[in-house]
Design a protein around this ligand. Structure first.
Ligand code: PLP
Length: 457
């Protein structure tokens, strides 16, 4: 049938942003508007006035392979010409199947089943629901509690939010959520107890066992954690002793271990999955963010054959999203992951991450208010404090990290800030550029960052 011609003003190039409040401004916590984005390429972004920015946080730790990658764009264009939507009850689709096979190949052995969703919150929700249905399938109906950590972030939807340990984000919704037990995240760097880091790691892991016993092991379904903390803790890495002990405790009590690799997955920490650093195998895993690197909304739950088959034999997974397995999103994800592997972007994240971390560490000499620099690969954070020895936080009204972000933004560097320690006190900035960052481009981060820190001083 004939296609009517689109009107000439169908996509006006630059809307008039001074004509009243911005209608699409999404973050209502702040009326502070940012410039209109014009275009982005590699690690750089440009606003409509022509100012260039280095994307030092990959958006919200998303754009792992950089912007406008020609291979990804071509794969998406080719898929768009074939089909952009085919509902999962009517068709399987090739990009989803290829992507699922690649994800299974890159995941720990036995984690062969991939359920696609549109983002991180949906991936976490899917893990919760599959875990619960698996417990029902194997006759353990009393298990429903999911223990998580404090601080943590697992998503904005009410199920994922109930696991989130970040009071400023959860408090208004508390009455609407089923309260889930939380244990402290392994913030060993704050402890002044005379123990070694490895001893502290075991002590924090043992808190999981104590909580399982307090709750009654027969009621505990799962434990969820970010293997390397995201924005809520500022790239928190536990001592090596923590991880195997957590696995051991989960196995002993029949508690499923869910890894939220939404931020850490797809190469960000220097390995494809953060769990590879400790050779860990979770029972369930959530992926998103760098998985399709911002080219399309995409996430995934990865599970074992054993769990999926058990649920299938008991009536099937009672869950699903309209956009699950969307062919265009999966084509984007497939191209992103193939490029991530072909160009060894996790390897580059490890190498450039070490160099960048050393440079950030170096800033401590000049700026006494830098309390800690931590992270792995290109998931790095700088915590700002009142006193480095005691790690006392800066007064919240100081808004040091928020001001640092604005100062850097003015200088063409995009970074990302959050309150540490559950949302009320403490400040850190995330320095998490795309994994394609080159060594000379480190200077484009360090120059504006150092200048901004000097103003803050
Ligand atoms: N899990 C983690 C560890 C995250 O960092 C995030 C987002 O920041 C989410 C889940 C939620 O992902 P989304 O915002 O895509 O729903």
């Amino acid at each position: 049938s004939p296609v009517p011609e689109a009107p000439p003003d169908y996509a006006p190039a630059v809307p008039d942003m001074d004509a009243g409040p911005a209608r699409s401004h999404l973050f209502y916590q702040s009326r502070h508007r940012r410039p209109l984005l014009d275009r982005a390429k590699g690690v750089h972004m440009w606003d409509v006035a022509g100012k260039r920015y280095l994307d030092g946080s990959s958006g919200a730790m998303v754009s792992n392979i950089g912007h406008s990658d020609p291979v990804v764009l071509e794969a998406m264009r080719a898929q768009m010409e074939k089909s952009t939507f085919g509902y999962r009850l009517h068709f399987e689709n090739a990009p989803a199947e290829h992507l699922a096979r690649l994800v299974a190949e890159l995941s720990p052995e036995g984690m062969d089943r991939v359920f696609f969703v549109s983002g991180g919150s949906e991936a976490v929700e899917s893990c919760l629901k599959l875990a619960r249905q698996y417990a029902l399938a194997i006759g353990e109906a009393t298990r429903f509690k999911v223990i998580s950590r404090y601080p943590s972030y697992h998503g904005a939807t009410l199920g994922a939010l109930a696991l989130t340990g970040y009071t400023t984000m959860t408090a208004p919704f508390a009455p609407m959520m089923h309260e889930m037990p939380k244990i402290p995240a392994p913030t060993c760097y704050l402890d002044r107890d005379g123990l070694t880091m490895e001893e502290r790691g075991r002590r924090y892991a043992d808190m999981l066992e104590a909580e399982i016993l307090r709750q009654g092991p027969e009621t505990v379904l799962a434990f969820i954690m970010e293997p390397v903390g995201g924005a809520s803790t500022g790239a928190l890495v536990a001592p090596d002793s923590y991880y195997p002990r957590i696995r051991e405790i989960c196995d002993y009590y029949g508690v499923l271990l869910i890894h939220d690799e939404v931020m850490t997955g797809a190469g960000r920490t220097g390995r494809f999955l953060a769990s590879e650093h400790w050779d860990l195998k979770p029972d369930l895993m959530a992926l998103s963010k760098g998985f399709a690197a911002g080219y399309a909304p995409l996430g995934a739950m990865v599970a074992s054959d054993k769990m999926v088959e058990a649920v299938m034999e008991h009536g099937g997974f009672i869950h699903g999203y309209t956009y699950a397995g969307n062919p265009l999103a999966c084509a984007a994800g497939l191209a992103v992951l193939r490029e991530t592997v072909r160009r060894d972007l996790p390897g580059n994240a490890a190498h450039i991450g070490d160099l960048l971390k050393a440079r950030l560490e170096g800033l401590k000499e000049r700026f006494a208010f830098i309390g800690d620099v931590r992270g792995k690969g290109l998931l790095l954070a700088v915590e700002l404090v009142a006193d480095r020895d005691t790690m006392d936080p800066l007064p919240p009204e100081n808004m040091a990290a928020a001001r640092l972000v604005d100062l850097a933004y003015d200088r063409g560097l995009i970074i990302y800030w959050r309150r540490t320690r559950g949302g009320y006190v403490g400040d850190h900035v995330m320095v998490c550029p795309p994994l394609i960052l080159t060594e000379p481009e480190i200077e484009e981060i360090m120059g504006p960052l150092e200048e901004s820190l000097a103003v803050l001083e």
